[in-house]
Design a protein around this ligand. Structure first.
Ligand code: ATP
Length: 314
């Protein structure tokens, strides 16, 4: 049996609106998600025994059963016991490039790659929609990470409507390396401060989803109008994360001073991204941010928008 290597791409949010509470305890969301070139490498190596093993080169990522990549393999093992019996165990080797706890869905991307890779290795032949349904059991971002590209995500983030892919525009990502923001804590803080704005009526929730589907950001994406996209970036979680972490707001404002199409925090942060007007501008922003903030704790990456979430590496 052969081994498989896959690129598991990070995502950024071009739009994140918190609509209300859901009966399952999650938030009802409307988001526009976008894959970026920054990716972890996932290598799946068949084992002779019936074990699932994880190795990872990043000290903050667990190698035990709590690793999302492990949980993805475990889910497939229990869902398809015959295939697992026939094809045996697997070692999942994770080479991290995506910063951890960064709002870039690194763990979800790893789980997505394991689902796609094991589907091939165990010859399951599952359609993408079925892989996404399985992924949704483990995490709301996983269905998007499987498909990738540009998409609207609604529900708790697991209902995906693809949009036309944006061209390979350049993006700068920046993050204070030692700063981690807990996603559940960010949503909890939002509920504490903004629950009076929540919509409860299902018809009204549907209206809010419709507004995003037919709204100006999606129209700008359809027209590949990056200047408009930059102006329409929106993330409700900035309202709670930026006051708690002023260094994130300073980073975003420093990016905006360099006049990209737009700059915003991704997901629950603390990563901030700038949509650059060209690769040259992206490199310029990287150098200028490094000079102006001169903070050894600051990680800065130049990457681009990409049309895929998980990619098989030949
Ligand atoms: P999201 O944007 O989906 O909230 P994130 O990018 O903020 O995710 P992750 O990098 O996925 O955050 O990591 C969140 C936590 O999950 C970390 O504490 C990490 O230890 C744990 N984790 C479990 N499995 C993985 C994995 N395969 N890769 C990265 N983190 C993992």
């Amino acid at each position: 049996m052969r081994s498989y290597s896959l690129a598991a791409h990070a995502k950024i949010n071009l739009y994140l609106e918190i609509i209300g509470d859901r009966p399952d305890g999650f938030h009802e969301l409307a988001m526009v998600m976008q894959s970026v070139g920054l990716a972890d490498r996932i290598h799946l190596e068949p084992l002779q025994n019936h074990e699932i093993r994880v190795t990872c080169d990043h000290p903050q990522v667990p190698s035990d059963e709590s690793n999302l990549a492990y949980r993805a393999a475990d889910l497939l093992r229990y869902t398809f016991p015959e295939a697992f019996k026939k094809y045996g165990g697997v070692e999942i080797q994770i080479q991290k490039q995506i910063p951890v706890g960064a709002g870039l869905a690194g763990g979800s991307a790893n789980a997505a790659a394991v689902l796609v890779g094991l589907d091939l290795m165990w010859q399951l032949g599952l359609p993408q929609t079925e892989l996404q349904q399985l992924g949704a059991k483990l995490g709301s971002d996983i269905p998007f990470c499987i498909a990738g590209g540009t998409a609207i995500a609604t529900g708790r983030g697991e209902i995906i409507s693809p949009l036309p892919s944006l061209d390979a525009a350049s993006v700068v990502l920046a993050k204070h390396e030692s700063l981690l923001v807990s996603t559940p804590q960010a949503y909890k803080a939002y509920r504490e401060q903004f629950s009076e704005t929540y919509v409860a009526d299902p018809a009204e929730v549907g209206d809010r989803h419709h507004t995003v589907h037919s709204g100006p950001l999606v129209s700008a994406i359809n027209r590949q109008d990056y200047a408009q996209i930059g102006e329409l970036l929106h993330n409700d979680l900035e309202k709670v994360v930026l006051p708690l972490y002023p260094q994130v707001e300073r980073l975003r404002d420093a990016m905006l001073q360099l006049e990209p199409f737009g700059a915003m925090m991704s997901g629950s942060g603390p990563t901030v991204f700038a949509l650059a007007k060209s690769l040259e501008q992206a490199e310029h922003i990287k150098i200028q941010l490094g000079d102006r903030l001169s903070d050894p704790d600051l990680g800065i990456w130049v990457t681009q928008l990409v049309p895929t979430g998980v990619q098989l590496i030949p």
